[in-house]
Design a binder for this molecule. Structure first.
Ligand code: C2O
Ligand code: CU
Length: 485
């Protein structure tokens, strides 16, 4: 029998696809014709810094009431230029790749009417949001092709960098990869009162990998076969900045890989926020590791490099065969900058002591499971009561493999719907700076264990927890939690 080590050795020499179907790694196997074509196809050459980095366009409401903003989005196929000079057919929210950004304000409801003009089922999930179960985009709660559905987002939570993406069961990995993801930036007055960089100096960077074939086809495949790295939908772009402070909202929107970001010269930057919004106090970082679904909000002062200079943001988590560059910042003139990073960013509520403890073990081999079970929408894995504070010990059951082999599939990214959590411990030690703040997604390297704590609420109903390596969740690394009154 093929064991895991052999499998990855086989993968390293390119033979695994034939021996072990990609479906075994939690991803829908490509149709036979595509698989046959794949052998002949080659990725487009990687040419860094050919594109200027665009900003995702901001969606305008179709109507407004005193208390809500109403949007309409048509999911449809569209053409995008991801790699310069090539046309890629992608799945979109509203025709753009990535989808349009929704700007929300705490206390004002957002209503999004989604039309599915695609040929696949979809379900729209607002990642990090506290929403009623029927608006959570549950895997079986899909919009069929030709169908429509209206989602209500109450925005009764603090400012945070959220995102929306597909969650249709077995399809989410491919749908997200093909383009069904967009930003949802929620702000509030507490955030607005802070002197942080804002407006044109508050910039989202949606980072994800891709494989664009030489003919422009965007092909869904495993991350070690994805040589392109996109920021806001373009292959390794450059971005002109002024010599001043910027807030950069980093998103890992990769379906199946971790990224480890740093400036090429190792320069320090300041982390101000995580998945659940602003940290209590800023922390100095030189590198951040992010798995799919995670957000890290940072402030960078480009004046440190000076006008006329450039600095490259690189991914030290790239494979040896891949280019490390993610994007390049080209620094222009010094402009007035009254922004600063306050010593106190927010004041977190303290979590009550947990009254329930649970253990979870995540596995990829021999099947995509949590506690030995693949997702079954009709099986309730966890039942809890509204308002209960729990401690969850989550273990990544994979062992590390030898250096130099693509190990993306041995990492897990544990995500809870409905509520944020705090990371208490990692591998038995108190959580460090990488695990600060309110989180909804936490990174687990091979063999790692984290202890997290959360209070279940503010709603009752059916929700989920799952690995956010989307090939894994698509393959069943997901559980159902019911919150009862
Ligand atoms: Cu962003 Cu259930 O996921
Ligand atoms: Cu996983």
């Amino acid at each position: 029998m093929l064991n895991r080590r052999n499998l990855f050795k086989a993968a390293a020499v390119g033979g695994a696809a034939a021996v072990v179907p990609w479906g075994r790694l939690g991803v829908t196997a490509p149709p036979a014709s595509a698989a046959a074509g794949a052998a002949a196809a080659a990725p487009a050459p990687v040419v860094p810094f050919a594109h200027a980095m665009p900003l995702p366009q901001v969606l305008s409401p179709v109507s407004q009431t005193a208390l809500s903003d109403v949007y309409e989005v048509r999911m449809r196929e569209a053409d995008a230029e991801i790699v310069q000079g090539l046309v890629s057919r992608v799945r979109t929210y509203g025709g753009t790749f990535p989808g349009p950004t929704i700007r929300a304000v705490r206390g004002r409801e957002v209503v999004v009417r989604q039309y599915n003009d695609l040929t696949v089922n979809t379900a729209v999930h607002l990642h990090g949001a506290h929403v009623l179960s029927q608006h959570d985009g549950l895997p079986m709660d899909t919009i069929a092709p030709g169908g429509t559905r209206t989602y209500h987002y109450p925005n009764e939570q603090r400012a945070a960098s959220l995102w929306y993406h597909d969650h249709a069961h077995h399809l989410e990995a491919e749908n997200v990869y093909m383009g069904l993801h967009g930003l949802y930036l929620l702000t509030d007055t507490a955030e607005q009162l802070l002197p942080l960089p804002r407006g044109a100096f508050d910039v989202p960077l949606v980072i994800r990998d891709a494989r664009v074939e030489i003919d422009g086809t965007l092909r869904y495949t495993r991350p070690s076969d994805c040589p392109h790295m996109l920021v806001n939908g373009k292959e390794r772009p450059y971005f002109r900045v002024a010599a001043r402070k910027y807030r950069l909202r980093l998103y890992n929107a990769c379906a199946n890989r971790y990224i480890r970001l740093r400036f090429a010269d190792g320069a320090e930057f300041t982390q101000i926020g995580s998945d659940g919004g602003l940290l209590d106090t800023p922390v100095t970082r030189t590198e951040v590791t992010m798995l799919g679904g995670e957000r890290v909000d940072i402030v960078v002062d480009f004046a440190r490099w000076g006008t006329g200079r450039s600095v490259v943001l690189e991914n030290t988590g790239a494979l040896g065969t891949e280019r490390p560059e993610v994007m390049r910042f080209d620094i222009g003139n010094r402009v007035a900058d009254r922004s600063r990073i306050p010593r106190r960013l927010s004041r977190s509520a303290v979590l009550p002591a947990a009254t329930v403890e649970r253990d979870f073990e995540i596995r990829t081999f021999p099947a995509m499971t949590i506690n030995g079970l693949s997702y079954d929408p009709n099986r309730v894995d966890v039942t809890t009561r509204l308002g209960t504070t729990e401690t969850w010990t989550v273990r990544n059951a994979e062992a590390p493999i030898g250096p130099g082999l693509p190990d993306f599939h041995l990492w897990h990214s544990f995500h809870t719907h409905l509520t944020f959590f705090r990371v208490l411990e990692r591998n038995g030690a108190p959580a460090g700076i990488a695990d600060q703040g309110w989180k909804d997604t936490v990174t687990l390297g091979p063999g790692e264990t984290v202890k997290i704590s959360m209070t279940w609420g503010p709603y009752t109903g059916q929700y989920l927890y799952h690995c956010h390596q989307l090939g894994h969740s698509s393959g069943g690394q997901m559980g159902r939690i019911d919150v009862t009154p």
